[in-house]
Design a protein around this ligand. Structure first.
Ligand SMILES: Nc1ncnc2c1ncn2[C@@H]1O[C@H](COP(=O)(O)OP(=O)(O)OP(=O)(O)O)[C@@H](O)[C@H]1O
Length: 556
């Protein structure tokens, strides 16, 4: 219950409240107010009074009662038209991606040409062909809205249909309809709900417009559009007659948009993740030293829904030091590193008492060149950091040409030197290749070469060896160690593997649930001299395959 209350956001509550109130009016008003709304013979065009709150129309009928009674028909028509647009539109837009390519291209071209045609004009043409009637208005607006749903669904499907999880599901023989409901819809459902809500608001206006020009609801029935049409002759003398249905239209439109916006937020996995209680007992790492390159004090990273992802974290990295940041998946290692490099996701808030790399205050923007050249980044999966459509030379020299004003030729020369340094043979040729033409280990080495090209003072390596096989992993670690020794480059090395960290780092910080729980020197780690139970658990989970250990375990 508390979970549901926390997940209901303000727009959703407001939108649902408005739509629920309108639903009550739509159900109750035709039963209770029909007589006041339809009875002729009262004083025509009377001013608002205690008996008729918004006055009467030209035939003496109560204006407010008529607007409220018209709610049911108007909402049902808008709902019908939206369903008529959404259901076929979504089915067409998604199913084209499950069929043959030629059919897909043909259907997409057709959709494109209909989308280019204004939907209200299309609806007017359809309504004129079908003749004036309530059903004609619904069909016209519904059919005119199909291309928009089909186009957007198709665009969104295209962005997820080639993702690994759908390919895997197809390879595993998951039926198409199940792929559609299980993998596709949850990924595209949020934006479609928002589109549905805005289409409903638009359908309200368009159906009212058709009724207003006489192509929609016909007498004796009436919707808000027809009421507006009836109000037109006396709009200056009796504005109330027009104001009442207009106000209803605006309220319903706002209610629909708020509901759509709220639903989208509600379905956003990041904004609905459960809040985690901050843990106490965090460790502040060694006191400030003048040689500290990185200084972080009281770093707090908070998700959009208020969940603390990193809290009260402080750390130092000395110039030329290799510091390991270890912890299980989700403990906040990447979030800490990305916040330090000012590359955190937009959806989170970063606050800190101090966040410095050298003389750069990373809490402030600006000084982009200094940020780009002082900090080198190496990520876990090099294929995701490189643009597959561009040659390596073009993309890896960018930082040198943009931030260090190097000419293209000089930038390439620097990169070739860098490639040779990380033992990539035939470097010139490699620069003219695309990322897919290199192995994973080679790509990771190109990333290291590129991160080093600007002579950074700090390298942030976020699980740089996780995606690599053990031999390549050892080579990459050796490269990092060599760079640190040759150039005194500081390294923040992120890993969940204490064994790897032990081999490389001078100091290790153990992270758990968003804060540092223990700090160890490499000697303490080698001697397994740890005090926090979480560190002990991490050590227990680290397989040891060193020769010494193997001999000890197996005396034979
Ligand atoms: N964009 C985001 N918005 C909100 N929360 C996020 C976002 N990205 C990650 N998180 C959450 O922040 C927390 C820390 O994530 P982080 O990626 O820093 O973990 P990690 O220790 O680096 O894990 P791993 O070793 O798996 O990379 C996790 O609970 C994660 O779910």
């Amino acid at each position: 219950m508390t979970d549901l209350r926390r997940r209901l956001n303000a727009p959703l509550v407001a939108g649902l409240a408005i739509m629920a109130a309108l639903a009550v009016v739509a159900i109750v008003a035709p039963f209770t107010l029909r007589e006041a709304a339809d009875t002729l013979g009262g004083a025509p065009r009377s001013a608002p009074s205690a008996e008729h709150w918004l006055g009467t129309d030209s035939l003496g009928r109560d204006v407010l009662a008529r607007s409220l009674v018209a709610t049911r028909l108007t909402l049902l028509m808008a709902l019908g038209a939206t369903a008529l647009s959404a259901i076929p539109g979504i089915l067409i837009g998604a199913s084209v991606w499950f069929g043959p390519r030629t059919l897909r291209n043909l259907v997409l071209r057709l959709i494109d040409s209909t989308v280019a045609f204004p939907s209200l004009v299309l609806a007017l043409v359809i309504a004129a062909i079908l003749g004036p009637a309530t059903s004609s208005a619904v069909i016209a607006i519904g059919v005119a809205g199909i291309p928009a749903f089909a186009r957007i669904t198709s665009n969104m499907t295209a962005s997820v249909i080639h993702s690994d999880y759908i390919t895997t599901a197809r390879l595993l023989g998951v039926p198409r309809w199940r792929n559609f409901t299980r993998h596709l819809m949850p990924n595209i459902g949020g934006p479609l709900l928002v589109l549905g809500a805005s289409s409903f608001a638009l359908a309200l206006l368009e159906i009212s417009s058709l009724s207003f020009v006489g192509l929609g609801v016909q007498s004796p029935d009436y919707d808000w559009g027809r009421l507006l049409s009836e109000a037109l002759p006396s709009i200056y003398s009796m504005p109330m007659i027009a104001i009442a249905p207009s106000a209803m239209l605006i309220i319903a439109g706002v209610g629909a948009m708020l509901t759509g916006d709220g639903l989208a937020r509600h379905l956003d996995p990041w904004s609905s993740a459960p809040a985690r209680a901050p843990r106490t007992g965090t460790v502040t790492t060694t006191a400030p030293r003048t040689s500290d390159l990185v200084q972080i004090d009281d770093l707090r990273v908070t998700a959009a829904n208020g969940t603390p992802l990193v809290h009260g974290l402080s750390m130092r990295i000395g110039a030329g030091e290799i510091v390991g940041l270890v912890g299980e998946s989700g403990s906040g290692k990447s979030m800490t590193a990305m916040s330090l490099a000012r590359l955190q996701p937009d959806s989170v808030t970063v606050e800190a008492a101090t966040l410095r790399v050298g003389d750069l205050d990373m809490r402030k923007g600006g000084r982009r060149t200094a940020m780009a050249t002082d900090i080198g980044l190496i990520f876990q999966d090099p294929t995701r950091s490189l643009n597959p459509a561009l040659r390596l030379g073009g993309q890896l020299t960018e930082v040198l040409t943009v931030h260090m004003s190097m000419l293209r030729r000089a930038a390439r020369r620097t990169l070739v030197d860098g490639f040779e340094r990380v033992r990539i043979r035939d470097a010139e040729h490699r620069l003219s290749q695309h990322p897919h033409e290199l192995s994973g280990g080679m790509l990771q080495r190109t990333m290291i070469a590129s991160a080093l090209a600007t002579n950074p003072r700090l390298i942030i390596a976020d699980e740089p060896t996780t995606a690599l096989d053990v031999t390549v992993q050892a080579e990459v670690l050796r490269q990092l160690k060599r760079i640190n020794q040759d150039d005194a480059t500081a390294i923040l090395f992120i890993s969940h593997d204490l064994g790897v960290v032990e081999a490389l780092c001078d100091r290790v910080l153990v992270m758990h649930q968003g804060s540092i729980v223990e700090e160890l020197t490499s000697e303490q780690l080698a001697a397994r001299d740890v005090s926090h139970p979480y560190t002990q658990r991490l050590l227990d989970a680290t397989p040891s395959l060193s020769l010494t250990d193997a001999r000890q375990e197996d005396p034979a």
